[in-house]
Ligand binder design. Structure first.
Ligand code: NAP
Length: 454
């Protein structure tokens, strides 16, 4: 196996990378464990300074990093730039606040005095996907390093340039050697890393198929695990919603990153009273989205990551149409080049169809109408996933009720769902467990140690 960087727009090979040898792998795990002993002892403010330098560097070199995202997985360049900027923001967030989050706290108990410390765990293995190749890595790296852990990265095998660039940026920011290492590994080698006594926790963002295997292995070795997996988020529009604003949010929430986002708004539920009007609004907006060369500033829809992704969407679309759905917009793929898939909208969609039940990782939107609240909640929660949900309404009672009734890790009102370094992010049900970002995300990578003095 080799890691191949292929441009999905041109189909050309950018570069390929050989796998690391088993011997090198063992040496790096050992070096990372040695680096951990020093890194954990470093004053927290110093660790934060490194993160702030990394934030500065990502901002200064954002054009370079954005271009590598676009050339490896086809994200339109304006969105790649936004991803790099957001990654810098996460470094800055922990660079400015980690000391406050990690400060030992007094904690009343039956002991004479008691307190809680937040110690690092050891090596964190980050296993990451290609769809946000910088953001996913940084949102693990920044809190894990701030807490005093060292990090080994196994990135998706189709984004090796991004992996290499992130490692180079960490080195350039001046972090001590071996505090963060990128490893081009196959699955057997990942398994070896999981076996190592020095590796204490794993953060996996990816598919449920990968999670089942990695969680089984991590479980057999009693290792801490954070799982950020797939989603099938609902986007709900009530009849009192500001429809223009909701349409704008829906189009961004469903079609950014060409629909390849875990928290994309993948199922649209519209109150029957505003259904025709809202459908007109969104189809009007979707028609204006520019599809094409992802390196052009005004491109909003780029190629999908590869041809396999196009074939999977084709299967999900055709099966759903066979079950009675009607395509009212788009539906074509493979044009103007192999990896393209038109933004597509369907109505009369069966609740049992792939578009309703599976995660659809591309620019397809099934639309459902609803009449009453209970029916809506039942439909929204009828999913094996529970990542996010977006709702447009001005009714504070509905906001309160839905906040409690919807079974997801996040619910956003009057916006599409987005992650933010300042608030926890994660899912329930088959969308995973554990949280990333904010103080809660940092807590996943520490030993919450109780000290009692009697
Ligand atoms: P994936 O195929 O599961 O891959 C994710 C990572 O896991 C890659 O680095 C992959 O390496 C590795 N991997 C897969 N199977 C493995 C195994 N048996 N042993 C060791 N490593 C293994 O997922 P993806 O296609 O890259 O990403 C898309 C999925 O990620 C979607 O389901 C999306 O919803 C989810 N996602 C979730 C979030 C969230 O925050 N909840 C965010 C982004 C994406 P290879 O590339 O070498 O196979």
């Amino acid at each position: 196996m080799v890691y191949k960087s292929i441009d999905p727009y041109t189909g050309k090979l950018n570069k390929q990378y050989e796998l690391i040898s088993n011997e090198e792998l063992e040496n790096i795990i050992f070096s990372s464990s040695r680096a951990f002993r020093k890194w954990r002892k470093l004053n927290i403010e110093k660790r934060q300074d490194y993160l702030l330098r990394l934030a500065d560097l990502l901002e200064i070199e954002k054009d370079f990093h954005a271009a590598s995202i676009t050339s490896e997985m086809g994200k339109p360049i304006s969105q790649s730039l936004a991803e790099v900027e957001k990654s810098a923001l996460a470094c800055r967030y922990y660079g400015e606040r980690a000391d406050e989050f990690l400060k030992p706290r007094k904690h009343p108990s039956s002991a004479g005095s008691s307190m809680i410390r937040f110690d690092p765990q050891g090596i964190v293995l980050a296993i990451m996907p290609w769809n946000f190749p910088y953001w996913q890595v940084i949102r693990c790296l920044a809190p894990a390093l701030a807490a005093g852990n060292t990090v080994l990265l196994k990135h998706a095998s189709n984004v090796p340039q991004c992996a290499e660039n992130i490692e180079n940026a960490v080195i350039k920011a001046g972090f001590p050697a071996d505090v963060f290492r990128n490893l081009f590994m196959d699955y057997n080698q990942v398994s070896k890393v999981l076996d190592s006594e020095y590796v204490r926790s794993i953060s996996l963002t990816g598919s449920n198929t990968a999670a089942e295997k990695i969680a089984a292995k991590a479980g057999s070795k009693i290792k801490k695990l954070v799982l950020e997996l797939g989603g099938n988020d609902a986007f709900i529009v009530f009849d009192d919603a500001e429809l223009e604003k909701a349409a704008e949010a829906l189009v961004y929430g469903r079609f950014q990153n060409t629909g390849q986002s875990c928290i994309a708004s993948k199922r649209l539920f519209v109150h029957e009273r505003v259904y025709p009007e809202f459908l007109n609004l969104i189809t009007g907006r979707i028609k204006t989205l520019r599809m094409g060369n992802p390196l052009l500033q005004d491109t909003f829809i780029g190629p999908l990551v590869n041809k396999t992704a196009v074939m999977e969407l084709e299967r999900q679309l055709n099966h759903t149409v066979d079950m009675g759905a009607e395509i009212i917009l788009g539906g074509k793929y493979g044009k103007p080049r192999d990896c393209f898939f038109e933004p597509t909208v369907l109505v009369n969609v069966s609740y049992e169809s792939p578009l309703a039940r599976e995660e659809v990782f591309g620019p397809i939107l099934p639309v459902f109408s609803f009449r009453d609240y209970d029916e809506l909640v039942c439909r929204v929660n009828d999913s094996r996933f529970g990542l996010g949900c977006s709702v447009f309404t001005g009714n504070s009672k509905i906001i309160e009720q839905l906040s409690e009734d919807v079974d997801t890790g996040t619910i956003a009102f009057n916006s599409f769902t987005k992650s933010d370094p300042a608030v926890p992010f994660g899912g329930v049900k088959e969308s995973g467990y554990g949280r990333e970002l904010s103080e809660y995300g940092l807590m996943e990578f520490v030993n919450i140690k109780t000290i009692t003095v009697f």
